[in-house]
Design a protein around this ligand. Structure first.
Ligand SMILES: *Cc1c(COP(=O)(O)O)cnc(C)c1O
Length: 365
Protein backbone atom coordinates (compact mmCIF):
# COMPACT_ATOMS: atom_id res chain seq x y z
CA UNK A 1 0.00 0.00 0.00
CA UNK A 2 1.57 3.33 -0.94
CA UNK A 3 1.41 6.07 1.66
CA UNK A 4 -1.49 8.47 1.52
CA UNK A 5 -2.22 11.41 3.78
CA UNK A 6 -5.84 12.22 4.43
CA UNK A 7 -6.45 15.92 5.16
CA UNK A 8 -10.22 15.54 5.61
CA UNK A 9 -11.90 17.83 8.15
CA UNK A 10 -14.01 14.92 9.37
CA UNK A 11 -14.46 12.05 9.49
CA UNK A 12 -10.70 12.40 9.70
CA UNK A 13 -7.74 10.07 9.75
CA UNK A 14 -7.07 7.96 12.84
CA UNK A 15 -3.67 6.90 14.18
CA UNK A 16 -2.43 3.84 12.26
CA UNK A 17 -1.50 2.05 15.50
CA UNK A 18 -5.08 2.41 16.74
CA UNK A 19 -6.52 0.94 13.55
CA UNK A 20 -4.03 -1.93 13.71
CA UNK A 21 -4.97 -2.73 17.29
CA UNK A 22 -8.67 -2.63 16.35
CA UNK A 23 -7.92 -4.97 13.45
CA UNK A 24 -6.09 -7.40 15.71
CA UNK A 25 -8.97 -7.39 18.17
CA UNK A 26 -11.77 -7.24 15.61
CA UNK A 27 -12.93 -10.85 15.76
CA UNK A 28 -11.81 -11.77 19.23
CA UNK A 29 -11.49 -9.14 21.91
CA UNK A 30 -9.00 -10.38 24.50
CA UNK A 31 -9.99 -14.02 24.35
CA UNK A 32 -13.75 -13.47 24.52
CA UNK A 33 -14.14 -14.86 20.95
CA UNK A 34 -16.43 -11.89 20.39
CA UNK A 35 -16.05 -8.62 18.57
CA UNK A 36 -16.60 -5.50 20.68
CA UNK A 37 -19.46 -4.78 18.25
CA UNK A 38 -21.25 -7.92 19.38
CA UNK A 39 -20.99 -7.42 23.12
CA UNK A 40 -23.80 -6.49 25.46
CA UNK A 41 -23.25 -2.92 26.54
CA UNK A 42 -24.10 -4.01 30.07
CA UNK A 43 -21.76 -7.02 30.19
CA UNK A 44 -18.64 -6.94 32.34
CA UNK A 45 -16.27 -6.87 29.32
CA UNK A 46 -17.93 -3.81 27.86
CA UNK A 47 -18.18 -2.09 31.25
CA UNK A 48 -14.43 -2.47 31.46
CA UNK A 49 -14.02 -0.89 27.99
CA UNK A 50 -16.20 2.16 28.69
CA UNK A 51 -14.80 2.75 32.17
CA UNK A 52 -11.23 2.49 30.93
CA UNK A 53 -12.04 4.95 28.13
CA UNK A 54 -13.57 7.41 30.57
CA UNK A 55 -10.72 7.23 33.02
CA UNK A 56 -8.15 7.74 30.24
CA UNK A 57 -10.07 10.82 29.06
CA UNK A 58 -10.19 12.10 32.64
CA UNK A 59 -6.44 11.67 32.96
CA UNK A 60 -5.72 13.35 29.61
CA UNK A 61 -7.87 16.41 30.27
CA UNK A 62 -7.38 16.39 34.03
CA UNK A 63 -11.16 16.48 34.45
CA UNK A 64 -12.16 17.50 38.01
CA UNK A 65 -14.29 15.11 40.08
CA UNK A 66 -17.35 17.35 39.94
CA UNK A 67 -17.69 16.88 36.19
CA UNK A 68 -19.54 14.04 34.47
CA UNK A 69 -18.46 12.52 31.17
CA UNK A 70 -21.30 11.48 28.89
CA UNK A 71 -21.00 9.31 25.77
CA UNK A 72 -23.90 10.38 23.57
CA UNK A 73 -25.09 10.33 19.95
CA UNK A 74 -26.51 12.91 17.58
CA UNK A 75 -23.26 14.69 16.85
CA UNK A 76 -22.21 18.13 17.99
CA UNK A 77 -25.24 19.36 16.04
CA UNK A 78 -27.64 17.84 18.56
CA UNK A 79 -25.79 19.67 21.33
CA UNK A 80 -26.78 22.90 19.57
CA UNK A 81 -30.32 22.14 20.83
CA UNK A 82 -29.56 20.14 23.98
CA UNK A 83 -27.59 23.00 25.54
CA UNK A 84 -30.42 25.59 25.34
CA UNK A 85 -33.09 22.96 26.08
CA UNK A 86 -31.37 21.99 29.32
CA UNK A 87 -30.00 25.31 30.50
CA UNK A 88 -32.84 27.72 29.76
CA UNK A 89 -36.37 27.32 31.12
CA UNK A 90 -38.26 29.04 28.33
CA UNK A 91 -37.95 31.34 25.36
CA UNK A 92 -37.65 34.44 27.47
CA UNK A 93 -34.36 33.25 28.96
CA UNK A 94 -31.33 35.08 27.65
CA UNK A 95 -28.34 33.13 26.41
CA UNK A 96 -25.04 34.62 25.20
CA UNK A 97 -23.32 33.47 21.99
CA UNK A 98 -20.01 34.52 20.46
CA UNK A 99 -20.25 34.21 16.68
CA UNK A 100 -17.00 33.37 14.92
CA UNK A 101 -17.96 31.23 11.94
CA UNK A 102 -20.26 28.71 10.31
CA UNK A 103 -20.51 26.40 13.32
CA UNK A 104 -21.23 29.03 15.95
CA UNK A 105 -23.80 30.55 13.57
CA UNK A 106 -25.55 27.19 13.36
CA UNK A 107 -25.51 26.87 17.14
CA UNK A 108 -27.11 30.34 17.36
CA UNK A 109 -29.90 29.45 14.90
CA UNK A 110 -30.78 26.40 16.94
CA UNK A 111 -30.68 28.23 20.28
CA UNK A 112 -33.05 30.87 18.91
CA UNK A 113 -35.75 28.19 18.84
CA UNK A 114 -35.60 27.77 22.61
CA UNK A 115 -34.23 30.97 24.09
CA UNK A 116 -33.48 34.63 23.45
CA UNK A 117 -30.01 34.86 21.99
CA UNK A 118 -27.75 37.80 22.74
CA UNK A 119 -24.91 37.93 20.21
CA UNK A 120 -21.94 38.97 22.34
CA UNK A 121 -19.78 39.61 19.27
CA UNK A 122 -19.80 38.56 15.65
CA UNK A 123 -17.27 38.41 12.85
CA UNK A 124 -20.04 37.95 10.28
CA UNK A 125 -19.36 41.25 8.58
CA UNK A 126 -20.29 42.23 5.08
CA UNK A 127 -16.78 42.53 3.71
CA UNK A 128 -14.69 39.73 2.26
CA UNK A 129 -12.87 39.31 5.55
CA UNK A 130 -15.94 37.85 7.22
CA UNK A 131 -15.14 35.02 9.59
CA UNK A 132 -11.39 35.65 9.26
CA UNK A 133 -10.84 37.26 12.67
CA UNK A 134 -12.23 37.28 16.19
CA UNK A 135 -13.78 40.59 17.32
CA UNK A 136 -11.67 42.42 19.92
CA UNK A 137 -12.55 41.51 23.51
CA UNK A 138 -13.22 45.16 24.35
CA UNK A 139 -16.23 45.11 22.00
CA UNK A 140 -17.90 42.05 23.52
CA UNK A 141 -21.34 42.71 25.01
CA UNK A 142 -22.23 40.13 27.62
CA UNK A 143 -25.68 40.10 29.19
CA UNK A 144 -25.52 39.76 32.98
CA UNK A 145 -28.82 37.83 32.90
CA UNK A 146 -27.52 35.15 30.52
CA UNK A 147 -27.96 31.50 31.51
CA UNK A 148 -24.66 30.66 29.83
CA UNK A 149 -22.11 31.90 27.29
CA UNK A 150 -21.52 29.68 24.26
CA UNK A 151 -18.54 29.76 21.91
CA UNK A 152 -16.78 27.56 19.38
CA UNK A 153 -13.13 27.05 20.31
CA UNK A 154 -12.09 26.26 16.74
CA UNK A 155 -14.07 27.12 13.61
CA UNK A 156 -13.39 24.11 11.43
CA UNK A 157 -14.50 25.75 8.18
CA UNK A 158 -13.15 29.27 8.61
CA UNK A 159 -9.88 28.21 10.25
CA UNK A 160 -10.25 30.56 13.21
CA UNK A 161 -9.31 29.36 16.71
CA UNK A 162 -9.36 30.97 20.15
CA UNK A 163 -5.88 30.91 21.66
CA UNK A 164 -7.23 31.51 25.15
CA UNK A 165 -10.40 30.84 27.10
CA UNK A 166 -12.74 33.89 26.97
CA UNK A 167 -13.23 35.68 30.27
CA UNK A 168 -16.93 35.73 31.06
CA UNK A 169 -19.00 37.33 33.81
CA UNK A 170 -18.62 35.75 37.24
CA UNK A 171 -21.00 32.86 37.85
CA UNK A 172 -22.21 32.43 34.27
CA UNK A 173 -21.33 29.00 32.87
CA UNK A 174 -19.15 28.87 29.78
CA UNK A 175 -20.23 26.31 27.18
CA UNK A 176 -17.81 25.30 24.44
CA UNK A 177 -18.15 23.42 21.18
CA UNK A 178 -14.69 21.82 21.00
CA UNK A 179 -15.47 19.41 18.18
CA UNK A 180 -12.38 20.16 16.14
CA UNK A 181 -9.69 20.97 18.69
CA UNK A 182 -10.49 18.91 21.77
CA UNK A 183 -7.44 16.94 22.94
CA UNK A 184 -5.12 18.99 20.74
CA UNK A 185 -3.62 20.75 23.78
CA UNK A 186 -4.14 20.90 27.54
CA UNK A 187 -7.19 22.87 28.62
CA UNK A 188 -8.44 23.94 32.06
CA UNK A 189 -11.76 22.08 32.25
CA UNK A 190 -12.68 23.84 35.49
CA UNK A 191 -13.24 27.07 33.51
CA UNK A 192 -16.20 25.47 31.71
CA UNK A 193 -19.78 24.51 32.51
CA UNK A 194 -20.10 22.23 29.49
CA UNK A 195 -17.66 21.05 26.84
CA UNK A 196 -18.96 19.01 23.91
CA UNK A 197 -17.44 17.48 20.81
CA UNK A 198 -18.44 15.23 17.96
CA UNK A 199 -15.87 12.44 17.83
CA UNK A 200 -15.07 12.27 14.13
CA UNK A 201 -12.41 14.98 14.08
CA UNK A 202 -9.98 14.41 16.92
CA UNK A 203 -11.39 11.52 18.93
CA UNK A 204 -12.59 8.55 16.90
CA UNK A 205 -15.33 7.41 14.51
CA UNK A 206 -18.47 9.39 13.69
CA UNK A 207 -21.55 8.53 15.74
CA UNK A 208 -20.16 9.37 19.17
CA UNK A 209 -20.48 12.73 20.92
CA UNK A 210 -18.62 13.46 24.13
CA UNK A 211 -20.12 15.83 26.70
CA UNK A 212 -18.21 16.95 29.79
CA UNK A 213 -20.64 18.67 32.13
CA UNK A 214 -20.28 20.22 35.58
CA UNK A 215 -22.46 18.37 38.06
CA UNK A 216 -24.57 21.36 39.10
CA UNK A 217 -25.69 21.86 35.47
CA UNK A 218 -26.84 18.27 35.00
CA UNK A 219 -30.13 18.80 36.82
CA UNK A 220 -31.07 22.04 35.10
CA UNK A 221 -33.61 20.75 32.56
CA UNK A 222 -37.09 22.02 33.37
CA UNK A 223 -40.43 21.12 31.81
CA UNK A 224 -40.93 18.86 28.87
CA UNK A 225 -37.45 18.03 27.67
CA UNK A 226 -37.54 14.80 25.64
CA UNK A 227 -35.94 11.97 27.62
CA UNK A 228 -33.11 11.40 25.18
CA UNK A 229 -32.23 15.10 25.23
CA UNK A 230 -32.09 15.39 29.01
CA UNK A 231 -28.56 15.47 30.45
CA UNK A 232 -29.74 14.16 33.81
CA UNK A 233 -31.17 10.97 32.27
CA UNK A 234 -27.83 10.22 30.61
CA UNK A 235 -25.85 11.15 33.72
CA UNK A 236 -28.03 9.05 36.05
CA UNK A 237 -27.69 6.08 33.75
CA UNK A 238 -23.95 6.48 33.14
CA UNK A 239 -24.57 6.93 29.38
CA UNK A 240 -26.51 3.64 29.33
CA UNK A 241 -30.10 4.86 29.32
CA UNK A 242 -30.26 3.32 25.87
CA UNK A 243 -27.61 1.52 23.84
CA UNK A 244 -24.61 3.81 23.52
CA UNK A 245 -22.40 3.84 20.37
CA UNK A 246 -20.36 0.95 21.75
CA UNK A 247 -17.79 0.50 19.00
CA UNK A 248 -17.10 4.24 18.69
CA UNK A 249 -16.47 4.44 22.44
CA UNK A 250 -14.06 1.48 22.19
CA UNK A 251 -12.06 3.16 19.37
CA UNK A 252 -12.09 6.48 21.24
CA UNK A 253 -10.63 4.60 24.23
CA UNK A 254 -7.79 3.31 22.04
CA UNK A 255 -7.13 6.86 20.80
CA UNK A 256 -6.98 8.08 24.42
CA UNK A 257 -4.44 5.34 25.25
CA UNK A 258 -2.41 6.37 22.19
CA UNK A 259 -2.34 9.98 23.40
CA UNK A 260 -1.28 8.86 26.88
CA UNK A 261 1.50 6.75 25.38
CA UNK A 262 2.82 9.85 23.57
CA UNK A 263 3.03 11.68 26.89
CA UNK A 264 -0.42 13.28 27.01
CA UNK A 265 -1.68 16.62 25.76
CA UNK A 266 1.47 18.65 26.38
CA UNK A 267 3.32 16.34 24.01
CA UNK A 268 0.65 16.37 21.31
CA UNK A 269 0.42 20.16 21.60
CA UNK A 270 4.12 20.50 20.78
CA UNK A 271 3.69 18.26 17.74
CA UNK A 272 0.58 20.16 16.62
CA UNK A 273 2.30 23.54 16.98
CA UNK A 274 5.23 22.23 14.97
CA UNK A 275 2.96 20.96 12.15
CA UNK A 276 0.98 24.20 11.97
CA UNK A 277 4.18 26.27 11.93
CA UNK A 278 5.59 24.32 8.99
CA UNK A 279 2.47 25.02 6.94
CA UNK A 280 1.90 28.67 7.94
CA UNK A 281 5.59 29.56 7.55
CA UNK A 282 5.47 28.16 4.05
CA UNK A 283 2.24 30.02 3.20
CA UNK A 284 3.54 33.31 4.57
CA UNK A 285 6.68 33.36 2.42
CA UNK A 286 4.79 32.27 -0.71
CA UNK A 287 3.67 34.54 -3.53
CA UNK A 288 1.64 31.69 -5.03
CA UNK A 289 -0.57 30.67 -2.06
CA UNK A 290 -2.07 32.68 0.79
CA UNK A 291 -4.00 32.46 4.06
CA UNK A 292 -5.30 35.88 5.12
CA UNK A 293 -6.77 34.94 8.49
CA UNK A 294 -5.66 37.19 11.32
CA UNK A 295 -2.43 35.61 12.55
CA UNK A 296 -3.21 35.57 16.26
CA UNK A 297 -6.36 33.48 15.70
CA UNK A 298 -5.19 31.07 13.01
CA UNK A 299 -6.32 27.52 13.64
CA UNK A 300 -3.70 24.89 14.38
CA UNK A 301 -6.11 22.19 13.28
CA UNK A 302 -7.71 23.39 10.03
CA UNK A 303 -5.61 25.45 7.67
CA UNK A 304 -7.53 26.95 4.77
CA UNK A 305 -5.39 28.33 1.94
CA UNK A 306 -6.01 29.73 -1.49
CA UNK A 307 -4.08 29.86 -4.76
CA UNK A 308 -3.60 33.43 -5.94
CA UNK A 309 -4.58 32.16 -9.37
CA UNK A 310 -7.80 30.31 -8.56
CA UNK A 311 -7.91 28.94 -12.13
CA UNK A 312 -5.19 26.50 -11.05
CA UNK A 313 -7.15 25.12 -8.08
CA UNK A 314 -8.70 22.20 -9.98
CA UNK A 315 -5.37 20.95 -11.29
CA UNK A 316 -3.82 21.47 -7.84
CA UNK A 317 -6.40 19.13 -6.35
CA UNK A 318 -6.05 16.57 -9.11
CA UNK A 319 -2.28 16.40 -8.86
CA UNK A 320 -2.38 16.37 -5.07
CA UNK A 321 -4.61 13.33 -5.18
CA UNK A 322 -2.24 11.54 -7.57
CA UNK A 323 0.53 12.30 -5.08
CA UNK A 324 -1.50 10.66 -2.27
CA UNK A 325 -2.57 13.93 -0.63
CA UNK A 326 -6.30 13.49 -0.23
CA UNK A 327 -9.33 15.62 0.65
CA UNK A 328 -7.67 19.01 0.35
CA UNK A 329 -10.64 20.70 -1.28
CA UNK A 330 -11.87 23.60 0.82
CA UNK A 331 -15.38 23.72 2.25
CA UNK A 332 -17.86 25.01 -0.31
CA UNK A 333 -18.48 28.12 1.81
CA UNK A 334 -14.79 29.02 1.91
CA UNK A 335 -13.54 27.82 -1.48
CA UNK A 336 -9.85 27.16 -2.10
CA UNK A 337 -8.14 24.43 -0.10
CA UNK A 338 -8.17 23.26 3.47
CA UNK A 339 -5.64 21.03 5.17
CA UNK A 340 -6.97 19.54 8.39
CA UNK A 341 -4.02 18.49 10.49
CA UNK A 342 -5.53 16.94 13.60
CA UNK A 343 -3.63 14.88 16.17
CA UNK A 344 -3.42 11.80 13.96
CA UNK A 345 -1.73 13.63 11.06
CA UNK A 346 1.98 12.86 11.28
CA UNK A 347 4.58 15.61 10.79
CA UNK A 348 5.68 13.83 7.59
CA UNK A 349 2.20 14.38 6.16
CA UNK A 350 2.56 18.14 6.50
CA UNK A 351 6.14 18.08 5.19
CA UNK A 352 4.99 16.07 2.16
CA UNK A 353 2.18 18.55 1.54
CA UNK A 354 4.50 21.56 1.68
CA UNK A 355 6.96 19.85 -0.67
CA UNK A 356 4.12 19.12 -3.10
CA UNK A 357 2.85 22.72 -2.88
CA UNK A 358 6.30 24.04 -3.60
CA UNK A 359 6.80 21.72 -6.61
CA UNK A 360 3.38 22.65 -7.95
CA UNK A 361 4.06 26.38 -7.63
CA UNK A 362 7.37 26.05 -9.52
CA UNK A 363 5.76 24.10 -12.37
CA UNK A 364 2.90 26.55 -12.72
CA UNK A 365 4.33 30.02 -12.54
C1 LIG B 1 -18.07 19.16 12.59
C2 LIG B 1 -18.47 20.17 13.57
C3 LIG B 1 -19.79 20.22 14.06
C4 LIG B 1 -20.87 19.29 13.59
O1 LIG B 1 -20.61 18.02 14.08
P1 LIG B 1 -21.62 16.80 13.86
O2 LIG B 1 -21.02 15.79 14.78
O3 LIG B 1 -21.53 16.43 12.42
O4 LIG B 1 -22.96 17.24 14.25
C5 LIG B 1 -20.09 21.18 15.00
N1 LIG B 1 -19.16 22.05 15.44
C6 LIG B 1 -17.89 22.03 14.99
C7 LIG B 1 -16.90 23.02 15.51
C8 LIG B 1 -17.51 21.08 14.04
O5 LIG B 1 -16.25 21.05 13.59
Amino acid sequence: MHTIYNFSAGPAMLPAVVLEQAQNELLNWRGTKMSVMEMSHRGKEYMDIIQTAESALRTLLNIPENYRVLFLQGGASLQFSMVPLNLSEDKSCIVDYIETGVWSSKAIKEAQKFATVNIVASNLTQDVKKYRFIPAKETWQFDSRAKYVHYTTNETIGGVEFSEIPKVLEGIPLVADMSSDILSRPIDVSQFGIIYAGAQKNIGPAGLTIVIIREDLVEHAKGNVPTMLDYKIHAKNASMYNTPPTYGIYIAGLVFQWLLSLGGLTSIEAINDHKAKILYDYLDQSDFYFNDIERSVRSRMNVPFWLKNDALSASFLKEAELAGLLQLKGHRDAGGMRASIYNAMPVEGVQTLVQFMDDFSRKNR
